[in-house]
Write a protein that binds this ligand. Structure first.
Ligand SMILES: Nc1ncnc2c1ncn2[C@@H]1O[C@H](COP(=O)(O)OP(=O)(O)OP(=O)(O)O)[C@@H](O)[C@H]1O
Ligand SMILES: [Mg+2]
Length: 378
């Protein structure tokens, strides 16, 4: 136990918190949807899709609901199969499902279909309603998932059982890989998980911090900075925000600091996010240096610049340095490379901003020198 953290594990993504703020609506929807199955009153299997970007609480909300139902005395069989981890063959998928339901390893001598029948037989023997969750289905949507849907929805024994199947994915693109009949067996119940707003992120971070930290070990200003950052640069992914907070806490503890400060968060970001240090600037090509310099100049007075403004700066810099300007199509590639390197961030197709982890003054002065010597050498 460190000096700042009471329980760092509480920030890990394996931990399912007892509450999921801002997901009441999704939890209520799911609960209503599963109600008839857990009560044993469903006339046929129920299927729903849970859709939302990464780190929006999809997996956690299902795990939380499973726990809540069990605590309330609604006994049920529960299987959570992650398609990415399970693998891309129907055998791997049904083996994972079987192991989850039966609690013992699947026999290698059985076929995929036999395993599925065995799974259903186990469910029937137990006489329990079943909640079957297929997570990250966009992986292997073309292979394992297709045959799974085919088999699951045509299996006669399953039709009579009390079963709810939840398919979790980041978006609906994978549905295009299915044919219309497969798609229609998935039904049209969609529970959406929109990205969190800045305020919601702050609320979540405050809640999770209060579980993990000693009182007063991390201030609201720090959490608010991180919420801002995660909202702008991490697509509101709570998992990445929590990972950053945990790493920042460990850095602060190592330093013997009495509180987590913004500089610890920045240090954590530098370790985890792609980061351009001044020394790396010298490794950039001349035109990359020029484009980076142009982007920094164009965004001097505001948090971002338009791509067209960066292009204008680039042309005027090239002229001052008596350099041939790049072709517009090359310019786009150069900017993209700087984005890939983590020096610039693109917000939408036309907005560019220096990465918050970029030490703008240091990089600007290195660039100025580098450009001077480079141009002399040309
Ligand atoms: N509303 C919330 N309140 C508290 N913690 C949350 C909330 N939403 C997400 N989290 C936390 O964020 C992390 C990511 O959540 P989760 O794994 O459920 O996301 P996901 O939507 O399944 O993402 P992915 O698509 O990447 O699998 C977990 O640690 C979870 O506890
Ligand atoms: Mg998930």
């Amino acid at each position: 136990m460190g000096s700042l953290l009471v329980d760092g594990e509480k920030l890990s993504s394996r931990y399912v918190p007892p509450k999921l703020p801002y997901r009441d609506q999704q939890l209520a929807l799911l609960r209503g949807f599963l109600g008839s199955v857990v009560r044993g009153e469903a006339v046929s299997p129920r299927v729903a899709l849970l859709i939302g970007p990464t780190g929006t609480g999809k997996t956690s909300s299902v795990l939380l609901l499973h726990k809540a139902l069990a605590n309330e005395g609604w006994a049920h069989a529960f299987a959570h199969v992650n398609m990415r981890i399970a693998g891309d063959t129907p055998f791997q998928l049904f083996a994972a499902l079987y192991e989850s339901v039966a609690g013992v390893p699947a026999s290698r001598s059985m076929s995929a279909y036999e395993l599925l029948r065995e799974t259903v037989a186990t469910l029937r023997r137990e006489g329990l309603p079943a909640l079957l969750v297929f997570d990250e289905v966009e992986f292997h949507a073309r292979t394992a998932l297709r045959s799974a849907i085919y088999a699951l929805t045509r299996l006669h024994e399953l039709q009579a059982a009390q079963v709810a199947m939840l398919f979790i994915a980041r978006n609906l693109d994978w549905l295009k890989l299915l044919d219309p009949a497969e798609r229609s067996t998935l039904g049209n119940v969609v529970v959406r998980y929109p990205p969190y707003t800045r305020e919601q992120l702050l609320g979540i971070l405050a809640y999770r911090a209060q579980e993990a930290f000693r009182a007063g070990a991390v201030g609201e200003d720090v959490l608010s900075w991180l919420a801002d950052y995660a909202h702008t640069y991490m697509q509101s992914d709570v998992r990445r925000a929590l990972d950053t907070l945990l790493l920042a806490a460990l850095i602060a503890e190592q330093e013997g600091a009495s509180k987590v400060e913004i500089r610890h968060i920045v240090a954590a970001l530098k370790q985890t996010e792609v980061f351009v240090a001044p020394a790396e600037v010298e490794q950039l090509t001349l035109y990359e240096q020029l484009a980076l310099y142009a982007a920094l100049r164009a965004s001097r007075a505001k948090p971002y610049a338009r791509l067209s403004e960066v292009w204008e700066e680039m042309l005027s810099l090239a002229e001052q340095l008596a350099l041939e300007p790049p072709k517009p199509e090359d310019f786009e590639d150069i900017v993209q490379r700087l984005v890939d390197l983590g020096a610039l961030l693109s917000e939408g197709p036309t907005r560019i901003a220096p990465a918050p982890t970029l030490n703008v003054e240091a990089v600007t002065s290195v660039l100025r020198d580098a450009l001077k010597t480079r141009v002399k050498a040309v």
